[in-house]
Design a protein around this ligand. Structure first.
Ligand code: GLP
Length: 242
């Protein structure tokens, strides 16, 4: 059921993914998008931004929900996902900032912030299309290996591998937060359509596990095998181990 699209270059991944998302927005001016941080979706955002700036796409009615956020970073920290989503999604796609939601990793009661986030997604009518990157260890959002397939938005501890991978965004490795909030795999699977993008040889093992491996919480992205409308767009390098 999973549709796998293999293209030649990382640029093409972005263009093809961006075109599909733009098509969803054209179908419904009030589309609800799930958006992701990381480098993988940037090409898709660039393609959507290009269509917005040439006047062929109107995003004024679009609502967006981010997948995850670090715990304890001030919102204005340049690497908080509030800041990252603002810089890479809200501004270039010209979304209405009041329609863009990110879990609140600064809330005094994190469990309550997670429950509130689930409620906001429900009240928006659910997510039409969820865009996903893929962690080198198979994570989606911040659902690290062993995350339950039924999980909802909740606080989590980041895997050492993920903290290492993300250390490049901080001055030193020990500044990477230890905890995060993330939509659960169950939350993600509730989206009407899933679109995962991955580029480069560093993702090849995780891509193979996700598509050809057993359904296993050791590879959280294998949960996509359960979804009736999941598409994976990858370049040659990321497809190398299929
Ligand atoms: C981050 C994010 C994920 C993202 C992943 C891959 O930790 N929380 O949502 O998909 O890592 O990042 P990149 O696309 O930069 O490889």
């Amino acid at each position: 059921r999973m549709q796998v699209i293999i293209v030649e270059t990382p640029e093409e991944v972005g263009r093809v993914a961006g075109e599909r998302i733009a098509a969803v927005i054209r179908r419904s001016a009030f589309a609800v998008l799930g958006v992701a941080t990381g480098s993988s979706p940037l090409g898709a955002y660039a393609e959507i931004a290009r269509q917005v700036s040439d006047g062929s796409l109107d995003t004024a009615g679009v609502t967006a929900f981010a997948l995850d956020e670090y715990v304890g970073l001030p919102l204005e920290h340049p690497e908080s996902y509030h800041s990252v989503i603002h810089r890479t999604v809200t501004e270039p796609l010209r979304l209405d900032p009041s329609r863009v939601h990110v879990p609140d990793g600064t809330a005094p009661d994190l469990e309550a912030a997670c429950a509130d986030y689930e409620r906001r997604i429900r009240e928006a009518g659910g997510v039409d299309l969820q865009l996903l990157g893929l962690g080198a260890n198979g994570h989606i959002g911040f659902n690290e290996p062993t995350s339950s397939f039924g999980s909802r938005t909740r606080p989590k501890t980041l895997a050492p591998k993920t903290r290492q991978d993300n250390a490049r965004f901080f001055d030193s490795a020990d500044q990477v937060p230890v905890h995060c909030l993330t939509q659960g795999l169950g939350t993600i699977l509730d989206a009407r359509e899933l679109l995962l993008v991955a580029q480069g040889a560093g993702k090849a093992d995780a891509v193979a596990e996700m598509i050809e491996g057993p359904l296993s919480s050791r590879c959280p992205a294998s949960a996509l095998q359960l979804h009736p409308e999941a598409t994976v767009i990858i370049d040659r390098a990321a497809a190398a181990k299929l």
